[in-house]
Design a protein around this ligand. Structure first.
Ligand SMILES: [Zn+2]
Length: 215
Protein backbone atom coordinates (compact mmCIF):
# COMPACT_ATOMS: atom_id res chain seq x y z
CA UNK A 1 0.00 0.00 0.00
CA UNK A 2 1.28 3.48 -0.82
CA UNK A 3 2.18 5.86 2.03
CA UNK A 4 -0.72 8.11 0.98
CA UNK A 5 -3.11 5.16 1.17
CA UNK A 6 -1.82 4.25 4.63
CA UNK A 7 -2.24 7.81 5.83
CA UNK A 8 -5.83 8.10 4.67
CA UNK A 9 -6.67 4.74 6.24
CA UNK A 10 -5.13 5.97 9.50
CA UNK A 11 -7.17 9.17 9.25
CA UNK A 12 -10.35 7.16 8.74
CA UNK A 13 -9.47 5.04 11.76
CA UNK A 14 -8.91 8.15 13.84
CA UNK A 15 -12.26 9.62 12.82
CA UNK A 16 -13.97 6.38 13.85
CA UNK A 17 -12.14 6.37 17.17
CA UNK A 18 -13.13 9.99 17.77
CA UNK A 19 -16.74 8.96 17.33
CA UNK A 20 -16.26 6.21 19.92
CA UNK A 21 -14.65 8.55 22.43
CA UNK A 22 -17.50 11.00 21.86
CA UNK A 23 -19.90 8.24 22.89
CA UNK A 24 -17.74 7.53 25.96
CA UNK A 25 -17.96 11.25 26.82
CA UNK A 26 -21.76 10.93 26.70
CA UNK A 27 -21.45 8.12 29.25
CA UNK A 28 -19.04 10.20 31.34
CA UNK A 29 -21.49 13.07 31.77
CA UNK A 30 -23.96 10.65 33.40
CA UNK A 31 -21.47 10.05 36.25
CA UNK A 32 -23.01 10.73 39.69
CA UNK A 33 -22.02 14.21 40.92
CA UNK A 34 -19.74 12.93 43.71
CA UNK A 35 -17.71 10.74 41.36
CA UNK A 36 -14.91 11.73 39.00
CA UNK A 37 -16.57 11.82 35.56
CA UNK A 38 -15.24 8.93 33.48
CA UNK A 39 -17.12 7.03 30.79
CA UNK A 40 -16.37 3.76 29.04
CA UNK A 41 -17.81 1.59 26.26
CA UNK A 42 -17.12 -1.86 24.94
CA UNK A 43 -17.53 -2.29 21.19
CA UNK A 44 -18.11 -5.72 19.65
CA UNK A 45 -16.02 -7.02 16.75
CA UNK A 46 -18.89 -6.09 14.36
CA UNK A 47 -18.80 -2.48 15.59
CA UNK A 48 -21.95 -2.62 17.69
CA UNK A 49 -21.97 -1.27 21.22
CA UNK A 50 -22.06 -4.00 23.87
CA UNK A 51 -22.06 -1.82 26.96
CA UNK A 52 -21.46 1.62 28.37
CA UNK A 53 -20.80 2.67 31.94
CA UNK A 54 -19.62 5.54 34.09
CA UNK A 55 -17.52 5.68 37.22
CA UNK A 56 -19.62 5.02 40.35
CA UNK A 57 -16.95 4.37 42.96
CA UNK A 58 -18.17 6.97 45.44
CA UNK A 59 -21.86 6.52 44.72
CA UNK A 60 -21.73 2.75 45.26
CA UNK A 61 -18.89 2.63 47.80
CA UNK A 62 -17.14 0.10 45.56
CA UNK A 63 -13.40 0.55 45.00
CA UNK A 64 -13.60 -1.47 41.78
CA UNK A 65 -16.55 0.42 40.27
CA UNK A 66 -14.46 2.21 37.66
CA UNK A 67 -16.21 2.84 34.35
CA UNK A 68 -13.99 0.36 32.47
CA UNK A 69 -14.56 -2.53 34.90
CA UNK A 70 -18.33 -1.97 34.86
CA UNK A 71 -18.37 -1.79 31.06
CA UNK A 72 -16.22 -4.93 30.71
CA UNK A 73 -18.50 -6.88 33.07
CA UNK A 74 -21.66 -5.80 31.25
CA UNK A 75 -20.10 -6.55 27.86
CA UNK A 76 -18.97 -10.04 28.91
CA UNK A 77 -22.51 -10.80 30.12
CA UNK A 78 -23.87 -9.94 26.67
CA UNK A 79 -21.12 -11.09 24.36
CA UNK A 80 -21.82 -14.80 24.70
CA UNK A 81 -18.23 -15.99 24.88
CA UNK A 82 -17.93 -16.48 28.64
CA UNK A 83 -15.63 -13.85 30.12
CA UNK A 84 -13.64 -13.36 26.94
CA UNK A 85 -13.94 -10.17 24.92
CA UNK A 86 -11.69 -11.21 22.05
CA UNK A 87 -11.93 -8.84 19.12
CA UNK A 88 -13.65 -6.17 21.22
CA UNK A 89 -12.54 -2.59 21.82
CA UNK A 90 -12.54 -0.87 25.20
CA UNK A 91 -13.13 2.87 24.83
CA UNK A 92 -12.66 5.23 27.77
CA UNK A 93 -12.41 8.98 28.29
CA UNK A 94 -9.18 8.83 30.29
CA UNK A 95 -6.14 6.57 30.36
CA UNK A 96 -6.98 3.48 32.45
CA UNK A 97 -5.44 2.82 35.86
CA UNK A 98 -3.54 -0.37 36.72
CA UNK A 99 -6.71 -2.22 37.75
CA UNK A 100 -8.61 -1.37 34.57
CA UNK A 101 -5.63 -1.91 32.29
CA UNK A 102 -5.14 -5.31 33.93
CA UNK A 103 -8.83 -6.13 33.54
CA UNK A 104 -8.68 -5.24 29.83
CA UNK A 105 -5.73 -7.60 29.33
CA UNK A 106 -7.45 -10.39 31.26
CA UNK A 107 -10.64 -9.89 29.23
CA UNK A 108 -8.45 -10.20 26.09
CA UNK A 109 -9.80 -7.07 24.44
CA UNK A 110 -8.29 -6.43 21.05
CA UNK A 111 -7.89 -2.67 21.34
CA UNK A 112 -7.99 0.12 23.91
CA UNK A 113 -8.91 3.62 22.79
CA UNK A 114 -8.77 6.43 25.32
CA UNK A 115 -9.06 10.21 25.56
CA UNK A 116 -6.99 12.16 28.07
CA UNK A 117 -3.58 10.99 29.18
CA UNK A 118 -3.24 10.60 32.94
CA UNK A 119 0.40 11.11 33.91
CA UNK A 120 -0.21 10.52 37.64
CA UNK A 121 -1.95 7.13 37.50
CA UNK A 122 -2.14 6.04 33.87
CA UNK A 123 -1.17 2.42 33.21
CA UNK A 124 -1.41 2.40 29.43
CA UNK A 125 1.78 4.25 28.63
CA UNK A 126 2.08 7.10 31.15
CA UNK A 127 3.18 5.89 34.56
CA UNK A 128 3.18 2.21 33.59
CA UNK A 129 2.40 0.25 30.47
CA UNK A 130 0.50 -2.70 31.82
CA UNK A 131 -1.05 -3.70 28.48
CA UNK A 132 2.04 -3.87 26.25
CA UNK A 133 4.46 -5.62 28.55
CA UNK A 134 6.35 -8.04 26.30
CA UNK A 135 6.09 -10.75 28.92
CA UNK A 136 2.33 -10.94 28.37
CA UNK A 137 0.95 -13.37 25.81
CA UNK A 138 -1.99 -11.08 25.01
CA UNK A 139 -1.26 -7.42 24.34
CA UNK A 140 -4.10 -5.13 23.24
CA UNK A 141 -3.36 -2.46 20.65
CA UNK A 142 -3.68 1.08 21.95
CA UNK A 143 -4.63 4.51 20.67
CA UNK A 144 -4.44 7.24 23.32
CA UNK A 145 -5.02 10.99 23.27
CA UNK A 146 -8.22 10.82 21.14
CA UNK A 147 -10.27 14.01 21.72
CA UNK A 148 -7.78 14.65 24.48
CA UNK A 149 -8.74 18.29 25.07
CA UNK A 150 -12.48 17.56 25.49
CA UNK A 151 -11.80 14.62 27.80
CA UNK A 152 -9.28 16.55 29.91
CA UNK A 153 -11.64 19.51 30.17
CA UNK A 154 -14.39 17.33 31.66
CA UNK A 155 -12.02 16.19 34.42
CA UNK A 156 -10.53 19.63 35.02
CA UNK A 157 -14.01 21.12 35.33
CA UNK A 158 -14.85 18.54 37.97
CA UNK A 159 -11.71 19.20 40.00
CA UNK A 160 -12.08 22.98 39.70
CA UNK A 161 -15.57 22.64 41.13
CA UNK A 162 -14.40 20.45 43.98
CA UNK A 163 -11.44 22.67 44.83
CA UNK A 164 -13.69 25.69 44.92
CA UNK A 165 -16.07 23.75 47.16
CA UNK A 166 -13.24 22.60 49.45
CA UNK A 167 -11.92 26.17 49.74
CA UNK A 168 -15.34 27.54 50.66
CA UNK A 169 -15.79 24.84 53.29
CA UNK A 170 -12.40 25.63 54.75
CA UNK A 171 -13.14 29.34 55.01
CA UNK A 172 -16.35 28.46 56.78
CA UNK A 173 -14.47 26.17 59.17
CA UNK A 174 -11.89 28.86 59.91
CA UNK A 175 -14.70 31.09 61.11
CA UNK A 176 -16.43 28.52 63.26
CA UNK A 177 -15.12 25.11 64.20
CA UNK A 178 -11.39 25.16 63.65
CA UNK A 179 -10.47 24.67 67.31
CA UNK A 180 -12.56 21.53 67.55
CA UNK A 181 -10.99 20.10 64.39
CA UNK A 182 -7.41 20.99 65.17
CA UNK A 183 -6.64 21.36 68.84
CA UNK A 184 -3.93 23.97 69.28
CA UNK A 185 -4.32 25.61 65.88
CA UNK A 186 -5.34 29.25 65.97
CA UNK A 187 -7.99 30.60 63.68
CA UNK A 188 -5.45 33.02 62.27
CA UNK A 189 -2.98 30.31 61.26
CA UNK A 190 -5.66 28.40 59.41
CA UNK A 191 -6.86 31.54 57.69
CA UNK A 192 -3.38 32.35 56.47
CA UNK A 193 -2.87 28.83 55.18
CA UNK A 194 -6.04 29.20 53.15
CA UNK A 195 -4.32 32.02 51.25
CA UNK A 196 -0.89 31.91 49.67
CA UNK A 197 0.85 29.48 51.98
CA UNK A 198 1.03 25.69 51.74
CA UNK A 199 -2.30 24.11 51.00
CA UNK A 200 -4.26 23.21 54.11
CA UNK A 201 -4.51 19.50 54.75
CA UNK A 202 -8.25 19.44 54.20
CA UNK A 203 -7.89 20.81 50.69
CA UNK A 204 -4.96 18.57 49.83
CA UNK A 205 -6.71 15.45 51.12
CA UNK A 206 -9.83 16.28 49.17
CA UNK A 207 -7.87 16.73 45.96
CA UNK A 208 -5.85 13.56 46.44
CA UNK A 209 -8.96 11.63 47.27
CA UNK A 210 -10.63 12.78 44.10
CA UNK A 211 -7.49 12.98 42.01
CA UNK A 212 -6.28 9.45 42.52
CA UNK A 213 -9.20 8.12 40.53
CA UNK A 214 -8.70 8.69 36.88
CA UNK A 215 -9.90 5.59 35.21
ZN1 LIG B 1 -9.53 2.20 36.71
Amino acid sequence: MSPVGSMSLAAEGLAADEQLVRAALEAAVTTPPTDVPVGALVIAPDGSELSRACNTREATGDPTAHAEVLALRAAAARHGDGWQLSGCTLVVTVEPCTMCAGAAVLARVERIVFGAWEPRTGAVGSLWDVVRDRRLTHRPRVRGGVLEAECAELLQGFFRGHRAGAGANLRELAKTTVTTRRPGASVESVRSSAGDGPEPLEVRDERDRQGEEQG
